[in-house]
Design a protein around this ligand. Structure first.
Ligand code: GLU
Length: 432
């Protein structure tokens, strides 16, 4: 009893910004899915956006060889790794960064938080956006300004949207986060759009955090960075989680232009007072990943092929079933809109995206995240579907055996990604 009173008294001192803050939806749905599986239910894990592919063997071997690395490393990151990252951007994206202008962190998510913490500005993000950008701003107490997008515009902001927003207060400090290929929609910005957005960002001195964590899994590898058109104001964010299958390793990077080293230094100071430096063995292993080689090119080529095949399969099936959605261009996600089924849903007392996802999970075992987790009004019947529940290692191996010309067709997908195919049918049947 006395314990309860004590904890009650302490609870009232919880920082107002975190009072009532739930677990991040991506991690909460993962825990729910695992619990339901343990209870014996068949769950189609389309909730958490985790890479289905294994960490390439070369990178795992490098981690094994580095297990004895036990020293604290430089706050900004292992020099060898930063040099490998600089060479990687030069080689793969024709972007020039000095190896000194990088910050390695325990996941790019942590680095985004640091950026918001040290830079006093509004957070400007498209609506919808990934689940954690806005909560991070809320925790720190920064205003969040959402820029509306539409399915018609493929959920992308336009230069006019940004202009309309910035002109209201021309000198206000702002961070704009652009994420492409996008989570949750799978869409990307064209070269022209990036150029035009860059021009507006430059005009209003907006700092752009370019979240390119899915860049390497753009299905046609046509990924371009806005840093090409707005180098002086762009921080490029990436990491090992999505293209190297290493989400749980927690290694993220932020790459800065010379003009923003004052921001990098401020973030590094806070890093030195908080996480100190990123895990040493992981950083040594990351050198191998960023140095790459034909093995990585082949791994990425096959990963993209499988993801593209899946994205297309699910898109076509759902489109046929009457769901509104746009084709994905990269990453792990589709963002179906179930509004065409509104009348039936209301009859079933399903009034919002959360209710929709709960009912689907309960009745079919398909776990997805509601559109509300991405900032959309709760009553909009949208959900994010992450097509990642399959044995990526087996699928990659078979594709290697079959050779470069092998097709990732329905036969391949139903053999090596059966849960995605089953879940798609379950969803379509549920709707009908
Ligand atoms: N990016 C992943 C997702 O959107 C999850 C990673 C995380 O939330 O830390 O599902």
């Amino acid at each position: 009893m006395s314990v309860k009173v004590a904890s009650y008294k302490h609870e009232v001192h919880l920082n107002l910004n975190v009072r009532g803050l739930p677990l991040s939806p991506t991690l909460a749905i993962n825990e729910t899915s695992r619990r339901l599986e343990k209870e014996g239910r068949t769950i189609y894990k389309f909730g958490l956006g985790q890479s289905p592919f294994p960490v390439p063997q070369q990178v795992v071997a490098s981690l094994q060889a580095s297990a004895g690395e036990k020293d604290y490393l430089a706050v900004k990151g292992l020099q060898e790794l930063r040099k490998a990252i600089a060479a990687y951007y030069q080689r793969e994206h024709c972007l020039q960064f000095s190896w000194q202008n990088m910050l390695v962190g325990p996941g790019s998510k942590e680095l985004m938080f640091l950026l918001q913490l040290v830079y006093y500005g509004d957070l400007v993000i498209p609506l919808p956006s990934w689940v954690s950008y806005a909560p991070q701003a809320n925790i720190i107490g920064r205003p969040v300004r959402w820029l509306k997008t539409s399915q018609k515009n493929h959920w992308l902001i336009t230069p006019e949207d940004l202009e309309r927003h910035c002109i209201k207060d021309r000198t206000k400090p702002r961070i704009l986060i652009l994420n492409y290929p996008n989570n949750p929609t799978g869409k990307s910005y064209s070269e022209t759009m990036l150029k035009d957005l860059a021009a507006v960002a430059r005009k209003y001195h907006v700092i752009v955090l370019s979240d390119e964590i899915y860049g390497e899994v753009n299905f046609t590898y046509a990924h371009q960075s806005i840093a090409k058109y707005y180098p002086e104001g762009t921080i490029v964010s990436s990491g090992l989680s999505k293209w190297c299958g290493a989400g749980g390793w927690r290694l993220g990077i932020n790459v800065f232009p010379e003009e923003l080293t004052w921001l990098l230094d401020a973030m590094a100071s806070v890093a030195s007072e908080t996480f100190t430096s990123t895990s040493a063995p992981i950083q040594y292993a990351a050198v191998t990943a960023f140095e790459g080689g034909p093995w990585l090119d082949s791994y990425l080529l096959r990963s993209r092929k499988i993801l593209a095949g899946l994205a297309d399969y699910v898109y076509v099936a759902m489109d046929k079933a009457g769901v509104r959605l746009v084709r994905a261009e990269g990453g792990f996600y589709l963002f179906p809109d179930f509004t065409p089924f509104e009348d039936t849903l209301v009859k079933r007392k399903i009034y919002d995206s959360e209710g929709l996802c709960s009912a689907i999970l309960k009745e079919t075992g398909v776990a997805m995240l509601p559109g509300s987790a991405f900032g959309l009004a709760p009553e909009k019947y949208l959900a994010r579907l992450a097509f990642v529940d399959f044995d990526g290692a087996a699928a990659l191996d078979v594709l290697e055996e079959l050779g470069d010309d092998a097709l990732v067709d329905e036969v391949f997908l139903s053999t090596y990604c059966p849960k995605i195919i089953e879940a798609t049918h379950l969803l379509c049947d549920w709707l009908s």
